[in-house]
Design a protein around this ligand. Structure first.
Ligand code: NAD
Length: 555
């Protein structure tokens, strides 16, 4: 990760650039510069006066000069005027494209922007309102202006949705991106469940700190077994071994074949044979280095060997980073169904290094986005619901995320981890809201189990599309919700349909272990955001929704 030397905030007036900029700068000990304020100070007149007397073209010229001079400096946070970044010239290598420049978009809905500006005017008597906004229907004018400028704002390295998030919190997140990029202090997210708590570190380059982080948690542990698969092992075991070695660990390597087949009694037996054969003791550690398969298998082995040994999850797939490596569910499959043998076992430490995703095959990456989108849909129904920003964040940042652009990638993973941690902290054993994490899984698991060569996330994507259609049919949500979800899944490259036998899929749903008292429990999108649980969905509705995702192309 390149070191960030300066931060530039872009977005419409009312998005909070000046306030956030000051707070970020104070936190980092950097200078803070507001291009509008700098022009006003240099010209001795307010922006509206300058617009009125000198005209917009002259103002834009000063704005460009001010911005280009500011980005030549280091250790500075720059808040730009709302129109300053529309000129393509400011994005060149001497401008916002300068190495070491992190451009952060602050995205706010027009109504919230206007309300904030009006509030500031009432409070401070300051007219931050741009002349362009004068007159009737300010929200409509703001919406029109934002639409025109959005292409420029979308060139930012990351766009944060700030409608419901206070300036201090936005500033803390931006500071976190600089700290993570510098690979300095690694912030951790805490998951506190009845069975144990996890410290989850998400930062590019964190694999190199694996040994230090493990040593902090287990000061006296001696022996470590890295469990991995035969694809991940050759790519990432050397770095993991080196990092552990620096902290005085000498890891042994246990390799299983790649693929779901390793989540089996046979391969669990092979892992036990190795750990017990080597004389593992309770104070020793298992490091699960891999995707969800390795995490589930090695996690279950760690949970059950000697009734529990130390466990570090080092997820290497996107799905594992945002979902399976945390929350404590571990286990293997049985011929009767997936994940039917398992245990809850919280890993005390999870180290997620998004840089490892560079080697993940494209199709696996796309599959991982399904769980991220699932989290975004359920967010409004979780303890993180107040913010309700994940869905628009994924919509706004789709292009950057699909190409693993930082800091958007790490931010997306961190926010997903925080959401899942909050859900599991509230309900480890799935007595309540943890069931929402099964959105898309009722049909998804059945499609997956029917053996249609789909990856987990691909099957879940189809399950979510079908669940949304069920929701529209039984009126938990409207058609707009279905269209928005479809568009988001499309944007991340997830499948629309698969060839499958509806009867086989429905029969497999009958053996899903998540049925409540023999009835199928559905997690369906809710009107106004989030999800709800329903157990009264007629089979005809399920068949209709299933028909939309299997056997034929969707309209
Ligand atoms: N425990 C939970 O809460 C939970 C939640 C969701 C899913 N799961 C389970 O997770 C499993 C799916 O996980 P997955 O999608 O990670 O599958 P996976 O573990 O099979 O990994 C996918 C593929 O990518 C390869 N891979 C992983 N990381 C790589 C990297 N950085 N570079 C190159 N190749 C890499 C693997 O070798 C494998 O071939 C399923 O078994 C599912 O049931 C568990």
């Amino acid at each position: 990760m390149p070191v960030v030397e300066r931060i530039v905030l872009v977005g419409v007036s009312g998005s909070g650039k000046s306030t956030v900029g000051r707070v970020v700068a104070a936190g980092l000990g950097w200078a803070s510069l507001d291009t509008d304020a700098a022009i006003e100070a240099a010209r001795g007149r307010s922006v509206p006066e300058l617009f009125a007397t000198e005209g917009e073209a002259a103002f834009r010229g000063w704005e460009r000069e001010t911005l280009l001079a500011a980005v030549a400096r280091a250790s500075v946070v720059i808040a730009t005027g709302g129109g300053a970044t529309v000129d393509p010239a400011v994005w060149g290598p001497d401008g916002l494209g300068r190495a070491g420049t992190l451009v952060v978009g602050l995205d706010v809905s027009p109504a919230v922007a206007i309300a904030r500006m009006a509030e500031q005017h009432r409070r401070d008597g300051v007219t931050t309102d741009r002349p362009l906004l004068a007159g009737d229907d300010p929200v409509g004018r703001m919406a029109a202006m934002k639409a025109v400028r959005q292409r420029a704002y979308d060139r930012a390295g990351i766009t944060l949705i700030v409608d419901r998030v206070g300036a201090d919190e936005v500033a803390a997140e931006i500071r976190g991106m600089v700290v993570a990029a510098d690979d300095g202090a690694l912030p951790g997210i805490t998951l506190d469940a009845p069975s144990g708590s996890s410290r989850i570190v998400v930062a590019p380059g964190s694999l190199a700190r694996l040994g230090t982080l493990a040593r902090e948690r287990w000061p006296r542990a001696g022996r470590v077994w890295i469990v991995t698969d035969d694809r991940v092992g050759p790519l990432h075991v050397p770095a993991a071994t080196a990092a552990l070695g620096e902290a005085g660990f000498t890891p042994a390597i246990v390799t299983v074949p790649t693929g779901e087949g390793s989540k089996s009694l046979r391969w669990l037996g092979a892992v036990y044979d190795r750990l017990l054969g080597d004389g593992i003791e309770r104070g020793d550690l298992v490091v699960a280095l891999g995707g969800g398969v390795v995490g589930d298998l090695a996690g279950f082995a760690a949970a059950t060997c000697l009734r529990g040994v130390g466990l570090v999850q080092v997820p290497t797939s996107l799905l594992a980073m945002v979902d399976s490596s945390m929350g404590g569910k571990t286990g293997i499959n049985h011929a009767v169904g997936k994940n039917l043998i398992g245990a809850f076992y919280q890993p005390p430490l999870v180290v997620a290094d998004p840089a490892l995703l560079a080697t993940l095959p494209e199709r696996e990456l796309v599959s991982g986005w399904a769980e991220v989108i699932k989290h975004a849909v359920i967010q409004a129904s979780t303890p993180e619901g107040e913010r309700n920003d994940l869905l628009p964040f994924l919509e706004r940042n789709a292009t950057r995320l699909a190409t693993l652009g930082e800091p958007a990638l790490s931010y997306a993973i961190r926010r997903n981890v925080a959401l899942k941690a909050a859900v599991v902290t509230a309900d480890e054993r799935e007595a309540g809201i943890r069931a929402y994490l099964n959105f898309g899984h009722t049909l998804g698991h059945a499609i997956e189990a029917a053996g249609y060569r789909l990856l987990h996330g691909e099957a879940i994507a189809l399950g979510m599309r079908a669940a949304a259609r069920i929701g529209a049919a039984v009126e938990t949500c409207d058609e707009g919700t279905v269209a928005r979800l479809d568009a988001l899944l499309d944007a991340y490259g997830l499948p629309r349909t698969t060839e499958a036998d509806a009867d086989a899929v429905l029969a497999l749903m009958g053996s899903d272990k998540k049925r409540a008292a023999g009835r199928q429990r559905w997690v369906l999108p809710a009107t106004g955001g989030g999800v709800c649980l329903r157990e009264d969905v007629p089979e005809g509705v399920v068949r209709g929704a299933l028909g939309a995702v299997i056997g034929r192309a969707m309209g």
